[in-house]
Ligand binder design. Structure first.
Ligand code: NAD
Ligand code: UDX
Length: 457
């Protein structure tokens, strides 16, 4: 089976590497030549655990190129380009539509059993309802202009991977959802995913099959349901975090400990313990834009979605709370130096899209604070994406703590959990630590003379 994947970001590249590892021939197309050149040298253009190792284990089945290398003999074309937020909260479909136009200008259906057959087009990008139909209509229109008569099938195949553990989630998903009204297309996609659905591949050494892992469910739905499943899933998870953050705020008022409360809640199997970590809230390339896009879809139908809107409001309040807590601990912020431990929106990635670190740094700078920061991998990205943000980047956590008035744990990288905080306290001007992820040992820090501030504790 030959597969073409458009877009070599987190989703496209992870999918490509995984399917090639499992024996499929995969060609990846991206308009970004620099990324293609890097990939040809087996260097991933994004930071994702295990990608580099797997890139070298695909035995020539994985190739890369720009649009000029588009190969018409392909069974499946997977669209995995970005769908960022527009100003009004709607998803920006311009990248997806540009791909549809390219496909309409390049596809030449193959003759097979006297009838023509075109590859199955798959929308893996997160897109609003109706997008599969929209892509189909753009491609068909271009084919018509080229006097090509064939039916094009566009399926929706939402992606549920998390950054940082993207390969793990692709190899061992809970479910694969295909939104298609074309039985043959759904069958082809089932074939494509067979190694994952049946777990017939031999697991890479660094990615063993989890104990008690159950085979993933394969669900065929209408394209509209599949498109909605993705937004509804992300909004639910975002809402779960905002809910625990709201309870964390109340815990602070009444003197409860949110980690005890979350444990007590999460043990109820109907609720579950995951995504109940209170902290400075969610960020990243998906939750913020996807919750917005879901609300926008509601608006288009005159349907208010107050729960989803509240999830956003609570989330941004968490970032503002950090400033209030620092004001309460240090009183005057102007002229202070504050250190940010971590910048990425979560550990395991250098992604800074809608990262709480950026909002917090901007607010502190506005209030006259000198902001220092250290992150093991996201600093380069931060310099590049936010060149005007007046952060002093330092090369280690030891350097970070020198002469600061407060330290904020923003990203709970493993290496930050067991730092020699006691020693660090001696280098800090004031021993104030704000643990934005409730990841540190609060008692040990208090015993070492720190003013420890958590979230909901
Ligand atoms: P990304 O920004 O990391 O990568 C997108 C890639 O597409 C880039 O390399 C870009 O150069 C390329 N591209 C854009 N337009 C193109 C065109 N016309 N032709 C060829 N290449 C083009 O994006 P991502 O994070 O992988 O996300 C892709 C989609 O998947 C989005 O809709 C996103 O919401 C969804 N998604 C992302 C994640 C995640 O964790 N990142 C998880 C699930 C779903
Ligand atoms: C998310 C979804 O989990 C994934 O299924 C989807 O495909 C893409 O969006 P991702 O954004 O990579 O994945 O990260 P995730 O692990 O979900 O974390 C999102 C944000 O929530 C992070 O900022 C993280 O710090 C925060 N979070 C997560 C919490 O604050 N508390 C939690 O309990 C869990």
């Amino acid at each position: 089976m030959h597969i073409t994947i458009i877009g070599c970001g987190y989703v496209g590249l992870t999918t490509a590497v995984s399917l090639a590892y499992m024996g499929r021939c995969v060609h990846v197309i991206d308009q970004n030549e620099e990324r293609i050149q890097m990939l040809r040298r087996s260097q991933p253009p994004i930071h994702e655990k295990g990608l580099e190792e797997l890139l070298n284990q695909t035995n020539g089945r994985l190739t890369f190129g720009t649009w000029d290398s588009f190969e018409i003999k392909t069974d499946v074309v997977i669209i995995a380009v970005g769908t960022p937020s527009k100003e009004n909260g709607d998803a920006d479909l311009s990248y997806v539509e540009a791909v549809a136009r390219e496909l309409g200008q390049r596809l030449t259906p193959q003759v097979c059993d006297k009838s023509t057959s075109a590859p199955v087009i798959v929308n893996k990008s997160t897109v609003p309802i109706g997008s599969a139909r929209r892509v189909q209509s753009i491609i068909s229109q271009h084919l018509k202009e080229r006097n090509i008569v064939t039916s094009i099938s566009v399926a929706s195949n939402p992606e549920f991977l998390r950054e940082g553990v993207a390969l793990h989630d692709t190899f061992y998903p809970d479910r694969i959802v295909i939104g298609s009204e074309d039985t043959q297309a759904a069958y082809t996609l089932r074939e494509m995913y067979a190694p994952i659905l049946e777990q017939t591949f031999s697991a890479p050494e660094f990615l063993p099959r989890p104990e008690n892992y159950l085979l993933p469910a394969f669900i065929i739905t209408s394209p509209t349901s599949a498109e909605l499943i993705k937004y509804a899933a992300n909004t639910f998870l975002a809402m779960k975090i905002s809910y625990i953050n709201e309870i964390a705020g109340l815990s602070e008022k009444v003197g409860a400990d949110i980690q005890e409360v979350a444990r007590g809640i999460g043990l109820d199997k109907r609720i579950g313990s995951q995504f109940l970590n209170a902290g400075i809230g969610w960020g990243g390339s998906c939750f913020p834009k996807d919750v917005q896009a879901l609300i926008h879809t509601g608006e288009q139908y005159g349907y208010a979605m107050p729960l989803s809107q509240s999830a956003i409001d609570v989330n941004y309040r968490q970032r503002e709370e950090v400033i209030k807590k620092l004001q309460s601990a240090l009183k005057v912020l102007r002229g202070r130096t504050i250190g940010l431990l971590g910048l990425a929106f979560k550990p395991g990635t250098d992604d800074l899209r809608d990262a709480p670190a950026i909002t917090i740094a901007e607010r502190l700078i506005e209030l006259g604070v000198h902001v220092k920061a250290y992150d093991p991998i996201a600093m380069e990205n931060c310099r590049h994406i936010h060149p005007n943000l007046a952060i002093e980047y330092v090369s280690s956590s030891t350097e970070l703590v020198n002469g600061i008035d407060a330290l904020i744990l923003i990203t709970e990288w493993n290496e930050f959990i067991h730092l020699p905080y006691k020693l660090y306290g001696e280098k800090m001007r004031q021993k104030v630590i704000l643990d934005g992820r409730n990841a540190l040992n609060s008692q040990a820090l208090r015993d070492a003379g720190f003013t420890y501030i958590g979230v909901g504790k």
